[in-house]
Write a protein that binds this ligand. Structure first.
Ligand code: F6P
Length: 357
């Protein structure tokens, strides 16, 4: 008899349900006797013993469903060792709930923060298997995370829609793309949507270079320009600031987000009319694209296989077109970022795309 706990933590994304279904189908189909428990709203459910039993029926019809059937929440790693408002030791509470249910293992689906806590639980002696979810694709140890391709589709659709109106009005348009501190989503959606300028956190921008590109397009007869700007894009000046100086500067930041700052600077210095579009959380919503359904199902079934074999302490990742097991201690606490000299960046530059550098 296997007793398995499962939870989804952090910001949701597409294909979380597909991945859990993959795990469940693999294990339920194995013929092994199994009890499966779903902890509700991420680590919160594990801390406070909020769970429900899961059966095959829970996974019926969820392959195409966005969000997560277990709910999710953010439980920041930096405060995980602090007692809660009632003095509860959260790490100890998670361990006790694991032992009370006599679990053989926990399946944890999450991104960067989630992996730090998963690794902590592993180091505390719990059996853990994780799956890489995030639209940001910024998890160390895997070339791809599920949710990413679906989000690229949505961000690309947003740029596509802006294209026609930008062309009609001869305006400059900024589409702000999610991705937190990394630029994979913006880079891919920007190329797919035919953006003229792509600004990502890994390549700090010079606003004059951005304006030069807009003017060059105008001189060549293109009266509109589309910028795909990562929500974490940063100027060359700001990139030079220390963490402390940057934090201080941000205290008096007057813009809703970086795109509005860039828009104002373009208008001030060049007189061009600029419009900003922020698709925001739509990028995490809706049904997973076919790629993510297949990818998450594969990762899920591999995780199921590992659990049946009693192999714990790994994230199921994807490297060089192969599904791989990555030790959790290698994943936790590291960020995967776009290399400024990556081939895809060089290729984008050959297409004439400006990165503001
Ligand atoms: O990590 C996924 C993500 O969507 C990021 O791209 C974004 O910066 C962040 O989550 C938004 O978080 P929240 O949903 O908590 O506002």
């Amino acid at each position: 008899m296997k007793r398995i706990g499962m939870l989804t933590s952090g910001g949701d994304c597409q294909a979380l349900n597909a991945a859990m279904r993959g795990v469940a189908k693999c294990i339920f189909n194995s013929g092994e006797e199994v009890e499966m428990y779903g902890f509700l709203e991420g680590y919160r459910g594990l801390i406070y013993g909020d769970f429900r039993m899961l059966t095959g029926c829970d996974f019926s019809g969820v392959l195409t469903k966005g969000g997560t059937i277990l709910g999710s929440s953010r439980t920041p790693f930096k405060t995980i060792k602090d007692p809660d408002e009632n003095g509860l030791d959260k790490v100890e509470a998670m361990k006790q709930n694991y032992y009370k249910l006599r679990l053989d293992c926990l399946v944890i689906l999450g991104g960067n923060g989630t992996h730090k806590t998963a690794n902590l639980l592993r180091s505390e002696g719990l059996n853990v298997v994780t799956l890489p979810k995030t639209i940001d694709n910024d998890l160390w140890g895997t070339d791809m995370t599920f949710g990413f391709q679906s989000a690229v589709n949505i961000a690309t659709d947003a740029i596509d829609c802006i294209h026609t109106t930008a062309a009609s009005h001869g305006r400059v348009f900024i589409v702000e793309v999610m991705g937190h501190k990394v630029g994979y989503l913006t880079l891919n959606a920007g190329i797919a949507g035919g953006a003229d300028i792509i600004l990502i956190p890994e390549i700090p921008y010079d606003i004059d270079k951005v304006i030069d590109k807009i003017e060059e397009r105008n001189r060549n007869g293109s009266k509109f320009t589309i910028l795909a700007v990562a929500e974490g894009a940063i100027s060359k000046e700001d990139a030079k600031l220390s963490k402390k100086e940057y934090k201080e500067k941000m205290k008096n930041y007057k813009y809703p987000s970086v795109s509005y700052e860039i828009a104002e600077k373009i208008k001030e210095r060049s007189g061009h009319e600029v419009r900003v579009t922020v698709p925001g959380h739509t990028q995490r919503g809706g049904s997973p694209c076919p790629y993510d359904r297949v990818f998450a199902s594969r990762l899920g079934s591999e995780a199921g296989k590992m659990i049946l074999n009693g192999e714990y302490g790994f994230m199921v990742g994807y490297k060089n077109r192969e599904i791989v097991k990555v030790p959790l201690e290698e994943v936790a606490g590291k960020l995967k970022m776009v290399a400024p000299d990556a081939r895809i960046v060089k290729e984008a530059k050959l297409l004439g795309i400006c990165f503001g550098d």
